[in-house]
Design a protein around this ligand. Structure first.
Ligand SMILES: Cc1cc2nc3c(=O)[nH]c(=O)nc-3n(C[C@H](O)[C@H](O)[C@H](O)COP(=O)(O)OP(=O)(O)OC[C@H]3O[C@@H](n4cnc5c(N)ncnc54)[C@H](O)[C@@H]3O)c2cc1C
Length: 390
């Protein structure tokens, strides 16, 4: 039976998160307008707030599933502000990759670091099998050469999981992931990217120039290129089944903030939203608002279902893509719809709605664009191979 009921403990934590999130919101405009600045790890007013990652580590059997809770934490954090959301250590995308591909010794060694993940390159994003960054064995070192762009948490992370190919002619099977720590010779953080939205979020560009790392930094430790098949590539791609519902949650948190703001402003203008009458018999603004709310609820349900399957240990690759594709479109329509309802107030920089509209745009881009999610869903439902549908 599908059940998204939360434990009392989890509800208390999510309530506390909302109040922490409001602190982040106070700083939202400052870091949006000063893109070159980095928000601090801990905002001064939030230093006594509970660490939600520690909470995740100490939850008991009576609590809700871990993936469901993580998506709700993601939503609760960005409801305050995406970019100034209180970043906690150990929670980069690279940490998920390390867990998915590392040996127990590697997880023990680097699990306490904040790790970014660098796949995308100037000529490769949607199809990660086109990675051009190379890794060549030289004695007891790997030598890495190439460029990576749009690396989330890239400036501030302690290290990064880098995808590189041992042999381009081997295709997917030749791609391996490597742990490169900051300070490795030849590892250059080139710049912080300038963006339309999530502007305080740390997105970096990297250059690897004969970057030398120890031989033991190959994640999983398997140096040979398997004949046929895709080697470890498929395994690392599975990381996305965990992170795509989370990305949906990050977007939905901002969409919920936009809905809450719009509801309050409508109420201030004397427009009440009635759920028990037909759309045609109430104000057009209220009827449109209800449509936006239902888009939000539908997207939230797909997100919860994908995470719930993960908690049960069931395959969720189609559902993870559905949740990401659905949320990507919904959050864009919701924030745009809220602007249409509120008119000039929606685009005024006196309020955060115009910022949420810009910030949610990323939901449909990173971790695979909406088009790519729809292709994955179609392949899964119609039983096509990657070659048959690409
Ligand atoms: C703020 C931000 C943070 C990011 N963080 C990270 C990160 O931490 N690590 C990382 O490795 N990457 C990261 N990315 C990169 C992101 O994952 C890529 O931008 C995304 O996957 C798209 O790849 P691309 O930019 O190469 O676009 P392209 O692949 O060139 O796509 C361009 C357009 O073509 C469409 N398209 C491509 N192929 C197909 C197809 N087969 N069928 C239909 N349409 C198609 C796409 O949907 C898109 O609309 C980040 C990006 C941004 C903007």
């Amino acid at each position: 039976m599908v059940n998204f009921e939360l434990s009392k403990n989890d509800k208390t934590v999510l309530d506390a998160l909302r109040s922490e999130s409001l602190i982040a919101r106070k700083y939202a405009r400052q870091y949006d307008e000063n893109e070159h600045e980095f928000p601090p790890d801990e905002l001064p007013e939030a230093k006594d707030h509970p660490n939600f990652m520690s909470h995740m580590a100490t939850r008991g059997a009576e609590d809700s599933g871990g993936s469901v809770m993580m998506t709700l934490i993601a939503m609760g954090s960005t409801w305050g502000d995406y970019s100034v959301r209180l970043r906690r250590r150990d929670s980069g995308l690279g940490n998920s990759a390390l867990k998915a591909a590392g040996t127990p010794e590697q997880i023990e060694k680097w699990g306490g670091l904040t790790l970014a993940m660098a796949i995308t390159e100037p000529g490769c994003g949607s199809d990660p099998s086109q990675v051009r960054t190379t890794a060549t064995l030289d004695g007891d070192n790997w030598v890495i050469n190439g460029e990576k762009i749009f690396v989330t948490t890239g400036c501030r992370a302690d290290g990064v999981v880098v995808w590189a190919t041992l042999d381009r002619s081997a295709g997917r099977a030749g791609i391996k992931s490597f742990l490169v720590e900051k300070g490795a010779p030849g590892f250059i953080v080139a710049h912080k990217e300038k963006k339309l939205g999530i502007r305080a979020d740390d997105t970096a560009a990297y250059v690897f120039e004969d970057c030398r790392i120890p031989r033991s930094n190959l994640l999983g430790g398997k140096e040979e290129i398997p004949k046929g098949g895709s080697g470890g590539f498929k395994g690392v791609m599975k990381t996305f089944n965990m992170t795509r519902p989370l990305v949906a949650g990050l977007g939905l948190g901002m969409a919920e903030a936009a809905l809450d703001f719009t509801r309050e402003e409508l109420s201030r203008a004397g427009i009440d939203i009635a759920y028990d009458v037909q759309g045609t018999t109430q104000s057009a603004a209220a009827a449109k608002f209800i449509e936006l709310e239902s888009a939000f609820e539908a997207a939230k349900l797909t997100m919860l279902r994908a995470s719930w399957l993960a908690d049960k240990g069931e395959t969720n690759n189609i559902e993870a893509s559905v949740s990401k594709a659905k949320a990507g479109g919904a959050v864009r329509d919701i924030t745009q719809g809220c602007i249409e309802i509120l008119g000039p107030m929606g685009i005024s920089r006196a309020h955060l709605l115009e910022k949420w509209f810009r910030d949610v745009r990323i939901t449909d881009i990173y971790e695979g664009t909406g088009e790519i999610q729809r292709m994955i869903i179609a392949r899964g439902l119609l039983d096509y191979t990657r070659k048959e549908l690409n």
